[in-house]
Every structure is written in structure tokens, then in C-alpha cells.
Design a protein around this ligand. Structure first.
Ligand code: KIV
Ligand code: ZN
Length: 410
């Protein structure tokens, strides 16, 4: 009796879940799945303590990401602890745990995620499917791989309602076999399928083709979400992600600052800003709070110790700084002249007019005025001249500027 009640409950939950997936697909929203705490942390030197992971998870929750790839429980006890801690405090995003297509990994994920309700936890299973992986890594035939996929996903479906399956090295897997893997995974109970470009070899055109291939050849696709995961070995992870979105992907998997295996993953802040700035082109809505991005980039930089290049798009120190006279003049007249988006849009402090050899009169006058110093045209010419003569490495901060205007040239 209680068995059949449980079965009825489970069927109802599955129907609700399927309806949610279908509604989401119709809405056209792009969901952000963050893997900073898993693929990002996998990067040598980016190791995070459980409490640091929780801080990043909370910041990602504030930023509005849909799900967090929270760690790989079977790979380390620290990941188990971190996930358990996250289940205590992270409430809105779905927390998922990475698993090989192995029952024991699913058990480890179940244990780590025990604190979360069924609709806020899931597993993300992966299995190498390319000829290289089958032959050299797994030593398994195609049919053995299919059996492993079916077995592990069926097992996961006894414990989880949210199950993603990714054929590792999907971009180098034979198209017919790739689609067969997806078909088996969906039949066994997967609710999302991932397309990982594991070694980052694709171009935007090939990425879009891959999405279309899946759409055309996986008949049961309408009941699952299609997620993409691009690595950045050719510097194309963001471009490939955008191409996949344009072709109809539902979920983008990214990391903050683009950290991750080798050259990293698609950067969350870049994908979000590209979709925002080009919303006329993509026409896809998403729920990331853009004003959280800059602080998020800084937090991940601080906690991982992986420092950002100054000119890193969106999060870099140089993004709202300029020394060039023509740019400074234009920005003073109208910020749109030399900005693709405003500092406050991404939660950064503001424009930074660096004074140096390339600066012009207008920026110097502007700075002096902000310091309450009104000067004549002749004084302005003189101080601009002095600034241009400063040796390499001299920083013209406010104190130095006032010294120069006061005639202290030492
Ligand atoms: O890049 C990759 O293939 C992965 C898998 C674990 C999905 O990160
Ligand atoms: Zn990856």
C-alpha cells in the first residue's frame, strides 16, 4: 500500500518536473549553470577550502545563477564537506554533484546532497564517448558504453529527479554514436543532456552545427534540457557558447573568470554581458544580476589566488580605465562614446581617468576641477606639458597632480 503511494508520488513529481522542463524550453530563457566550484577548482593552483566554496556559492546565488555544479563527491572528502555545507545555506540554485557513470559515485552524491530537497539537488553524470576515450581510457566498446550509461542513469533515477548526462569529449565523438548515447541517457531517465567540448577544439560554426545535429537526431530531446560546456583551448569558449545559444541550447555552463581545466571554461561574466549587450541579436532572456558580476570576479580572484589579467573582459582592472586623451575627452562628453556598458551595470566602481603621457587638457582640467582647483588656461597648458614629460613609471595621482600645479616638479 505504502509502496504504491510512493509510486504515485514519484509519478506526480516526474510529471511536474517534465512540465517545468517543457515550460522552460518554451519560455526561451537561457539558464546559467556555474561550474566554478568544480571544473574551475579543478585548475591547478585554484584549490578552495569548503568555507571558501560556500562564500562563492552564496555570491553565485546572489547573482541569480540557476544551478551550481558544486563538486565531485567521489573524488575528495573536501568536496563532500563543501557540498554538505552548501546544502545548509544555499537555498535558490539547484546543487548538482559530478559523478562518473558508476553507482558508487551516485551514492557519494546522494550522501553529500542529503540536506537538500529533491527539487534542489541533482547529479551530473559523465562518461567518455569519443573513440579516444573508449579505446584508450575505458577500453570499452560502443555497446558497453551504452550499457554503462543506461545502468548508471537508471540507478541515479531511483535517487534523484534532476539528472544530467554529458558524453565526455562529445565534440570528438562520432555524430551517430553521440546521438545514440543521448537517446539511451534520456530513455534511462536523464532530464538534461550536456554537450562538452572537453578539449576546446570547436569553432562557433561547428558548435552551432553540433547543436543542430543533436536537435535533428535525438527524437526524445523535447523532454530534456540541452546544456553546453565549452573549454577555452583556442580562446573560443565564449564565442562557441554564444553560437550554441543562437542555435537553441537551453543551459550554458560557465565559470567565473573563465577558470577551469587547462585554458579554462567559458567565462560566466563574458557570456552574460555578451547576451545582454547583444540582446537584439540573441533575443534570449536570462536571470543573472549583472550588477553582481564585477564583485563576483574579484571574490573568485581573491579566494582562488588565480589573478586576472588587467584587460580581462568584464572583470579586469583596466576595463573602465583609460589614459588616452581622445578617449577621456569623449567619455567626459558622453560615456557611450567609448564604453560598451557602464561600470555600474556590472557593479564596478566607476571610470578611471589615468593621467599620463597620453592624456589631454580636458581630462587634466576635469581632474583638477574635481579636486576643487580652478586654474587658468596657461597653468593648465603648463601642467599638461609637465605630465607628458614624466618618466616611465611615475604615477600621476591626485597628490602628484597638485604638486605639479603648485610648481613642485621634483
Ligand atoms: O569538459 C568536460 O568534459 C567536463 C565533463 C566532466 C563534463 O568537464
Ligand atoms: Zn570541463
Amino acid at each position: 500500500m505504502s509502496q504504491s503511494l510512493n509510486q504515485i508520488r514519484s509519478r506526480v513529481r516526474n510529471r511536474i518536473r517534465d512540465a517545468v522542463i517543457r515550460r522552460h524550453k518554451r519560455s526561451g530563457y537561457v539558464l546559467f549553470s556555474d561550474t566554478t566550484l568544480r571544473d574551475g577548482e579543478q585548475m591547478p593552483g585554484a584549490t578552495l577550502e569548503p568555507d571558501e566554496k560556500v562564500r562563492i556559492a552564496l555570491a553565485l546565488e546572489e547573482a541569480g545563477v540557476h544551478s551550481l555544479d558544486a563538486g565531485f563527491p567521489a573524488s575528495s572528502q573536501a568536496d563532500v564537506v563543501a557540498i554538505q555545507k552548501m546544502t545548509q545555506v544555499v537555498k535558490r540554485p539547484v546543487l548538482t554533484a559530478l559523478c562518473r557513470t558508476v553507482r558508487a559515485d551516485v551514492d557519494a552524491a546522494e550522501f553529500a546532497l542529503a540536506g537538500n530537497p529533491v527539487h534542489k539537488k541533482g547529479v551530473s553524470l559523465f562518461c567518455g564517448t569519443s573513440p579516444l576515450h573508449r579505446q584508450h581510457k575505458l577500453q570499452k566498446s560502443r555497446s558497453e558504453v551504452l550499457r554503462i550509461i543506461t545502468d548508471s542513469i537508471s540507478y541515479a533515477a531511483e535517487k534523484f529527479k534532476i539528472i544530467a548526462f554529458s558524453p565526455e569529449d562529445a565534440s570528438r565523438t562520432e555524430p551517430d554514436f553521440l546521438c545514440e548515447c543521448y537517446r539511451h541517457a534520456i530513455d534511462a531517465g536523464a532530464t538534461a543532456i550536456g554537450f562538452p567540448d572537453t578539449v576546446g577544439v570547436l569553432t562557433p560554426e561547428k558548435s552551432a552545427d553540433a547543436i543542430r545535429l543533436i536537435q535533428d537526431n535525438v527524437p526524445n530531446l523535447e523532454s530534456v534540457l540541452l546544456a553546453v560546456h565549452f573549454h577555452n583551448d583556442l580562446g573560443l569558449a565564449v564565442a562557441n557558447t554564444l553560437a550554441a545559444v543562437a542555435a537553441g541550447a537551453n543551459v550554458v555552463q560557465c565559470t567565473v573568470n573563465g577558470i577551469g581545466e587547462r585554458a579554462g571554461n567559458a567565462s560566466l561574466e563574458e557570456v552574460a554581458m555578451a547576451l545582454h549587450v547583444n540582446r537584439d541579436q540573441y533575443g534570449r532572456r536570462f536571470r543573472v544580476d549583472l550588477s553582481r558580476l564585477f564583485p563576483l570576479c574579484r571574490l573568485v580572484e581573491d579566494l582562488t589566488g588565480v589573478s586576472l589579467p588587467r584587460m580581462k573582459p568584464v572583470g579586469g582592472e583596466n576595463i573602465f580605465a583609460t589614459e588616452a586623451g581622445i578617449h577621456q575627452d569623449g567619455l567626459i562628453k558622453n560615456r557611450d562614446t567609448y564604453l560598451p556598458f557602464y561600470p555600474e551595470t556590472v557593479g564596478a566602481d566607476g571610470l578611471q581617468f589615468v593621467l599620463g603621457r597620453h592624456s589631454g587638457r580636458r581630462a587634466v582640467a576635469h581632474r583638477l576641477q574635481a579636486l576643487g582647483h580652478v586654474c587658468s588656461e596657461a597653468e593648465l597648458d603648463a601642467v599638461v606639458g609637465l605630465i607628458k614629460q614624466q618618466p616611465k613609471g611615475v604615477v600621476i595621482d591626485d597628490d602628484r597632480l597638485l604638486q605639479l600645479i603648485a610648481g613642485d616638479h621634483a
